[in-house]
Design a protein around this ligand. Structure first.
Ligand code: FAD
Length: 577
């Protein structure tokens, strides 16, 4: 048997190694157009930021070590330019010598990855404008920073890589401005979670322009001027474009392989393309999203590596293992904050016409009485019919990764919010609370489904009728430090004695800091004859970051401002009920 693999990083190298483990006697050829194989793309931003100091640490394998360990013929700096699916050959070009040659295959595996987007804007190819995809880009960026004494950088696009680079630039002492065309950063998460992160990055001195499109670049001596649609021009030492990627389907299209609705290489559940002798994995393929049933591409290292293993099993053993799809579970460090997402965000569920309820809870990373507990916000979306969990998003300072992985595994296994309630965790004060934040998310969701808790959302406050009542049930000092306009203050502990002050016929909107005291107040009122009571999901905390951020976005303001009477502190917040 002769296997050829195109692309030798995440998906390709993983496939090659597994192929060898299953078939000791096969001929395996691994083509890579770059200089390096099996390197850590995910570590590149941290090498630029000097967190990873030794460049060699980025290389999981070299061509020589891969050959020695796996007896795989690795051909670096060699691009596969053509596939002939009838003759079952590929054409390869050695980029150093110019040699062009053909190789035949029994089975071909494509893992060409994705290409960074570079829209055809005026001046986009000027010196000082970079994308970050591979080691060559990394070396180029790092040396440019050193040789040009870069002190200002503009990052275009506020996705995972853009935000990781913002942190790493700031760590190098570089001033950062982020330009984002959307009304929020981190497109895979919903606005309320993005708003928390936006507040955090602004507090780190990052200038964030939302709803802002770049119209072009002009070179200004050693510097670059970045023109925005608003007419504003930003002068900077360098620009990093991180506006997304698209699947690299050039070879597949040329070979006549089917592409799908998401413009990736179409594969069946065995990762087999429309040609039975060609398989494909990684960023270039599309498959069915297990939550929405729609075609999707996932640009993540975990799925690419796992697909490599499954693909090799199917190639050698004959379509024995189905790929179950990916729910886009991703995590990113943004300065001190960690943000995680799994499943399909509410905004995308809406687009897919999937009915769902959203619930937001704030809890401590571990027991509040044990030092250094940090607040964590969990937003989940679930089915109103059977409680099936559809997505989870988390922002917090500690223990986010653990909760994300738990919730991701529940979503992937089609579990419900009732399973979150049953979820059993290891508890000691330094690690969690007797009721983990994951349990708490389940309890609140169950209360909502069983109509013990009626909620409303931060963006529905504008819909309040003049007759509606808005009650802040926090302590008076909290209320005086900052409140939602129009709210009256009846602290939770006084509510039973002040029932007479509240109208039984009007609709009552309640809020507290995080949601729990509002729920308790609602239970008191509902059991005392008040029938129209709703509690603000995510409480004042979520409202504050959402309102601040939506105000900034719509006014085109890029600096951190504070609501009247608000503290400027956006560090981990004290945990109030
Ligand atoms: P790649 O790993 O990109 O490999 C494709 C390879 O194919 C490339 O080396 C390319 O040169 C080669 N190739 C393409 N065409 C040809 C051809 N015709 N002939 C020969 N060779 C060819 N994911 C995460 O899950 N977590 C992270 O923290 C994370 N951080 C990232 C940070 C950065 C800076 C980048 C760029 C990506 C990050 N990713 C992260 C994404 C992750 O690296 C990718 O999802 C993953 O590498 C995709 O694997 P792949 O095999 O499809 O493509």
């Amino acid at each position: 048997m002769k296997y050829i693999i195109v692309g030798a990083v995440a998906g390709g190298a993983s496939t090659a190694a597994r192929l060898r483990r299953l078939d000791e006697h096969a001929t395996i050829l691994l083509f890579e157009k770059g200089e390096f194989i099996s390197y850590a793309n995910c570590g590149l931003p941290y090498y630029i930021g000097d967190v990873i100091k030794d460049r060699n640490q980025l290389f999981v394998q070299t061509a020589a070590s891969f050959n020695q360990r796996f007896n795989i013929d690795v051909r670096v700096t060699t691009e596969v330019t053509l596939i002939d699916p009838v003759k079952k050959t590929v054409t390869a070009v050695n980029q150093l010598t110019g040699e062009v040659y053909q190789e035949g295959y029994d089975k071909l595996i494509l893992s060409p990855g994705a290409e960074p987007l570079r829209p055809p804007l005026p001046g986009i190819n000027s010196e000082g404008i970079f994308t970050l995809r591979n080691v060559r880009d990394t070396d180029y960026i790092k040396s440019y920073i050193q040789q040009n004494q870069v002190t200002k950088a503009v990052i275009v696009g506020a996705g995972f890589i853009g935000l990781e680079m913002a942190e790493n630039f700031i760590d190098l002492g570089i001033d950062v401005t982020i330009i984002e065309m959307g009304n929020q950063i981190l497109a895979p998460v919903d606005f309320p979670v993005a708003a928390i992160v936006q507040q955090h990055i602004r507090s780190k001195g990052v200038s964030l322009f939302l709803n802002s499109a770049v119209t072009g670049f002009t070179k200004d001596g050693q510097q670059v001027n970045v023109a925005l649609k608003s007419g504003e021009v930003l002068n900077t030492d360098m620009v990093l474009l991180s506006i997304g990627v698209r699947p690299d389907t050039k070879l597949a299209v040329q070979a006549g392989l089917k592409t799908g609705a998401a413009k990736g290489i179409w594969v069946n559940e065995y990762l087999q393309t429309s040609d039975p002798d060609i398989y494909a994995v990684g960023d270039a393929i599309e498959f069915e999203n297990p939550v929405t049933g729609q075609s999707m591409i996932t640009y993540l290292a975990g799925p690419a590596n796992k697909q490599g293993r499954i693909c090799a099993n199917n190639v050698v053993l004959g379509n024995v293992q189905k790929y179950q799809g990916s729910i886009n579970t991703a995590i990113v460090k943004v300065f001190e904050l960690t943000v995680g997402t799994a499943g399909t965000a509410s905004k995308h569920l809406k687009t897919a016409n999937i009915d769902h309820i959203v619930s937001t809870t704030h809890n401590g990373s571990h027991a509040a009485y044990y030092p250094d507990a940090k607040q964590m916000t969990i937003q989940i979306a679930f089915s109103p019919v059977d409680g099936r969990l559809l997505s989870a998003q988390i922002a917090g300072y500690d223990g986010v990764d653990k909760r994300l992985d738990i919730l991701s595994s529940f979503i992937k296994q089609h579990k419900t919010i009732y399973d979150l309630i049953e979820f059993e965790h290891g508890y000691a004060p330094p690690y969690s609370s007797a009721k983990d934040p994951v349990n708490m998310a389940g309890f609140v969701a169950e209360n909502i489904l069983l109509k013990r808790l009626n909620i409303f959302y931060w963006n529905e406050l504008g819909d309040l009728k003049p007759d509606d009542i808005l009650i802040d049930v926090r302590r008076e000092d909290e209320y005086l430090a900052g409140k939602i306009p129009g709210a009256i203050n009846i602290p939770l502990d006084e509510i039973r004695t002040r029932l007479g002050e509240i109208s039984k016929v009007k609709k009552i909107h309640i809020y507290c800091e995080a949601g729990l005291r509002g729920y308790l107040a609602q239970r008191i009122l509902l059991q005392n004859g008040f029938s129209k009571v709703v509690n603000l999901s995510g409480g004042y905390l979520l409202w504050k970051s959402c309102v601040t951020e939506s105000g900034l976005a719509s006014n085109g303001v890029n600096k951190l401002i504070n609501l009247p009477g608000e503290s400027k502190n956006t560090q981990p917040l004290p945990m109030h009920a």
